[in-house]
Design a protein around this ligand. Sequence first.
Ligand code: SAM
Length: 250
Amino acid sequence: MRFDILTLFPDMMEAVLGDSIIGRAKKNGLIEINCIQIRDFTHDKHRQVDDYPYGGGRGMVMQPQPIYEAYQSICDKLDYKPYTIYLSPQGKTFRQSTAKRLAKKEHIVLLCGHYEGVDQRILDEIVDAEISIGDYVLTGGEIACMAVVDAVSRLVPGVLKDEESFSEESHYSGLLEYPQYTRPEEWHGKKVPDVLLSGHHKNICEWKRKMSIKTTFEKRRGMLSKIKLSEKEKNFVEELKREQNCKGKK
Ligand code: SAM
């Protein structure tokens, strides 16, 4: 899978996306990440990429032409239009389901804005979707872009090793993940649940599912109404509710 990132801060992106699991996936040729410096597509001696907003207002706005030329430098070598995303606080909120959908694409271009944003005309011309990583405003699109590239890349087949499998992870199937434990078996007087040491695969699987439901109930209860639970699991949720009510009354 290929990502082309249009940014004013390619060094920042390369430092983060060159390490760990994503760095390994790049080395193994499973993903390709190219960071394109928008400033390289200016034609004046100050390499200016922004200007004052028409109509007044605060700050500076990124000009359309350098972004367009940077984008064209990608498209000139292609016989298709790559799926193009603008990272924006005005976009649809990025979710695991968005990551799953994007992981099926072969090529994505991501545009990172800066300053007060980007001239609307270039967005109208090249962008297929606007994505936000949450209802708050960042200084630039780079951090949002790294979050999107990271979350999408780890879903590309082969990027995670078997033991790092994502299918049981939070949000993948609509639940949060069960609690995790590692060595030592006992720490600060707290023991790892016996079932996890039992080696009994079926019981461990059942425990994990039950604990996923419990964790979701405790932390993000609204998610439970969106997934299919068995009758037994529904009864378990009712039990959790009763327990919580009893605690509330004490
Ligand atoms: N003036 C813009 C507005 O009010 O909608 C905000 C501009 S913001 C300071 C600069 C850049 O950061 C944006 O162009 C966008 O690329 C990025 N950005 C800021 N917040 C973001 C968020 N929540 N998700 C994704 N990108 C964001």
